[in-house]
Design a protein around this ligand. Structure first.
Ligand code: PLP
Length: 386
């Protein structure tokens, strides 16, 4: 039997593949964006209470109203943007669900979308699954900067949108106000949608501040801002996210969500309310914890001979291992898994042209400190015999 053209070429993502191989040998997974810090008791209690109180039925397809209200409040206080909880906020099946609904709502097959590369693979693959094509603009691996001329170079009559991801997975870049203003003006000039994935918004390091592009200039009308609970509250498996944007688009996205997902899990939406009640010290100590891990992992990897542009936010880093004699990116990842029992993701999965990633590995440093230490020790030992 034949299957669809769009799935015929679909393969398991490099990140999942690395995780599967790592689980098979009971290794330490620095490949996938996994954070194993437990969920706060208050949030768990919110979920128990919702189940106990029989919050069992489908919610409105836009999401539980109280949660939309709490999200609008969070967005006005943290992101400095005002969105109407009734018409401009949609609770989604993770931020991935928001991205799927956005692509379905604002784009057509054949449209071109600009991504910065290295990119987050799901952005590229979801767009391609839906028949859009991706044009990539390079972030420098030396200092995470980009060149506006490169953006102009990829514009064609088919370009419809640009995706921003800040703080960035996989590079750790946090886009500055000047950069966001330049991207916004570029989007205006070419009449593009801006889709911004801000799921790591609370994880920034000293000297870098998270800014939402929709809060700047007059970009709000062309911007969909996506975020979620997965990373901020260690709830990746709960599948809870949200998106804000102009009312007419959010209304269409709600219809799309209704067809694809019906609604996010109702009891977990109620637990999301408890998450949004966390106090400032929760966010401060989370960011401080990741800062400590970033500093530790960056210094250990640099001592082992990896070259790194230190992450400005999020909990990933791209390393250039060309000084280490480990072959190409697939061979280097295989070596680390076989010899150090540590998973990393081969660089090729973050570039349109796999050649560009062949001296690069991505590490995630979200695991607890003891596991990170064990991983670094095992890597040092394995590399000492290369
Ligand atoms: N966006 C980015 C940039 C990510 O790195 C991830 C997960 O790694 C996601 C979205 C997935 O988020 P969610 O769990 O809300 O679907």
């Amino acid at each position: 039997m034949k299957i669809s053209k769009s799935t015929a070429t679909l393969k398991q993502s490099g990140i999942r593949a690395a995780s599967t191989r790592c689980a098979a040998i009971n290794g330490i997974n620095l490949g996938q964006g996994i954070c194993d810090i437990p969920v706060e008791e208050d949030i768990k209690y919110g979920a128990y209470k919702a189940v106990e109180n029989n919050k069992n039925i489908y919610s409105p397809c836009e999401g539980v109203f109280n949660l939309r209200q709490a999200i609008a409040k969070k967005i006005s206080e943290f992101n400095l943007m005002n969105y109407d909880p009734v018409t401009e906020v949609l609770v989604t099946h993770g931020s991935t669900g928001a991205f799927v609904c956005a692509a379905e709502t604002i784009l057509n097959p054949g449209d071109e979308v600009i991504l910065f590369e290295p990119f987050y693979g799901y952005h590229k693959h979801i767009l391609e699954l839906k028949g859009m094509s991706v044009k990539a603009v390079a972030l420098s691996m030396e200092d995470l900067s980009f060149d506006m001329a490169d953006l102009e170079n990829v514009i064609s009559p088919k370009t419809r949108a640009i995706v921003v991801c800040t703080p960035n997975n996989p590079s750790g870049k946090v886009y500055s106000q000047d950069e966001l203003m330049a991207i916004g003006e570029f989007a205006k000039k070419h009449d593009l949608w801006i889709v911004t994935d801000e799921i790591y918004e609370y994880i920034t390091y000293p000297g870098y501040e998270h800014l939402s592009i929709a809060a700047l200039g007059d970009f709000r009308e062309r911007t969909l801002t996506i975020s979620g609970f997965s990373k901020t509250y260690n709830m990746t498996g709960w599948r809870l996210g949200y998106v804000t944007g102009p009312a007419e688009v959010i209304a269409k996205m709600a219809l799309v969500q209704d067809l694809i997902y019906v609604c996010p899990a109702t009891p977990l939406q109620h637990a999301g309310l408890s998450a949004l009640k966390m106090q400032q010290n929760y966010y401060d100590s989370m960011a401080a914890g990741y800062l400590e891990k970033r500093n530790y992992v960056v210094s250990e990897l640099q001592n082992m001979g990896f070259k790194i542009a230190p992450p400005q936010g999020a909990y990933y880093l791209m390393t250039d291992f060309s000084g280490l004699n480990l072959g190409d990116d697939e061979q280097a990842a295989k070596f680390l898994l076989d010899e150090a029992r540590v998973a990393a993701v081969p660089g090729r999965y973050f570039y349109m042209d796999p050649e560009k990633g062949k001296t690069i590995l991505r590490f995630c440093y979200a695991l607890d400190k003891a596991k990170l230490q064990q991983a670094m020790d095992q890597m040092k030992q394995a590399l000492s015999v290369v």
